[in-house]
Design a protein around this ligand. Sequence first.
Ligand SMILES: Nc1nc2c(ncn2[C@@H]2O[C@H](COP(=O)(O)OP(=O)(O)O)[C@@H](O)[C@H]2O)c(=O)[nH]1
Ligand SMILES: [Mg+2]
Length: 515
Amino acid sequence: MGCSPVITLAAFLVAGYFVSVARGSGEAKILLESVDNNTIYKLNEDILGKISELQRPIRVIAAVGNSRVGKSTTLNLISHIWNGKNETSAVEKIFKTGHSHDAVTCNVWAYIIKPRNEIIGNIVLLDVEGTDLGDDRVTDRLSTFTAMLSSALNVFALNVVGNSDIGFLYRIARLCDLVFKDKYVLPNFPKLRIVLRSELDPPSDEEISDEIFKRGREKALIILKYFPRSTIEVTHIPTVNGNRPLEDQKKLSKSDWGVFQNLTKDLQNSPEKRSFEGSPIDGTSFKQLAEDVVEAMNSDDSWRDFGDVYATLERDICRRAYEKHIRPVVRQSSKAMGDKMIDALDKFKKECVLEDEITKTKEELKVTYQEKRDQEEEDRRREEEEGRRREEEKRRRKEEEENKWEPYSSYAKYIAAIALGAFAFSDEDLKHNITTLPHSEYNDIGLRGVCWNWNESAKKSFGLTGAGCGVIAQEVRMVYPWAVLEGKDGYLRVHYDMLREMIYVVCNKRLSLFV
Ligand SMILES: Nc1nc2c(ncn2[C@@H]2O[C@H](COP(=O)(O)OP(=O)(O)O)[C@@H](O)[C@H]2O)c(=O)[nH]1
Ligand SMILES: [Mg+2]
């Protein structure tokens, strides 16, 4: 059985009167349990669902180690301090602690601390039954699951780091060596902290590391690979005399209280949970990871598929990052795409770390942007051509109707001006009700995009009526005089094709920067 009543080390654990503590609404929930006579592992959908709603950053702080070394009690204190409770209020018992010889923490328990500030973000505390209790295979798997899901792995030990603790570290390292093979997963591996409970004068941090690697002997090499000596941190928490002193703040000395405060601070600075490739993990990814790990645990050839679990997870993180940051951008016009795609790619890269996915996405943005530009350019040309043709047709008919008596030559003079090239009427003096467009492609070359109504002069002189959009010839002439032609009638025309050519060049330049 996973939690058989085994009498263990803790000489200081004296059963006594019940210390009353304030019970808050929050209590830890079972996250993973072994069922069907320990043949199957089952996740609790209730707490998993709540975790899946968490935003990143998430720090997953786990306590593993032998039973009765104060793991649950310490987690309760950490939560107490983390929640900003003061030194005098009673410690809420979110994880069950044992006052008898029976182990109370069976299976894996989880508790969520909601963020008090955005940088630290969400915290998930994980507590697991002692590695020295019950069926080794079961406790080992529960602890391995806990370690794999954690970002800060706290191994609790009483007086010395014992063989079972070293064995546990070895099994985790060995498993990772098998499933990750030659992959370099170290930077995002859970950060190891030894929490040493002792009444004795604590050894130095170096002595503790030496001890692990000396006693680990041939195991040491592989443990070192995943937990290099320089990355291991050590916290000493003295065992405190008295009856359940850790559950009642008033019984703790100032220095003992300070030790717990420091531990909490250190854990607040621990790295956020990332996949081994480096993608930050949010609640949805945590849920997926937990489900996939459990599926691997339950498979016949257990743990064999474990490597695939992480590969799938990375792809899924990239897929979701694409939906969140890239998809909305590729749906927009080329102008909006041009403004947003560098920023979107940066955000995408912060979440997705797979090189091939990043290259693919970058290429897609580039190609889509170019295609959109070409298509929009084509549509615009066609539309303007059509508009000009209609305008011309309308004006010509009107002229024929109204001015049949006018000599043909006067009518021909402005037809000729338009027919000369792609010059189109754009003189300010022919327009009224001019409004500036908030966004226009002309902005790219420093011009104002406007819409207008043709005025009386436009109607009288050229039969232009209704509304139009484009630029003001006088403004163009100040910047690009070569793109403006003054007709014999004194009115200015703009060579729209020239302007479009310039816009095209500017946008291509922007695209080359993106590459
Ligand atoms: N007197 C004393 N009791 C402690 C100390 N640390 C833990 N305990 C008690 O030891 C018991 C087991 O602690 P618990 O946190 O449940 O251990 P776990 O099995 O590692 O989770 C509880 O009754 C705690 O109150 C300590 O420093 N001094
Ligand atoms: Mg416990």
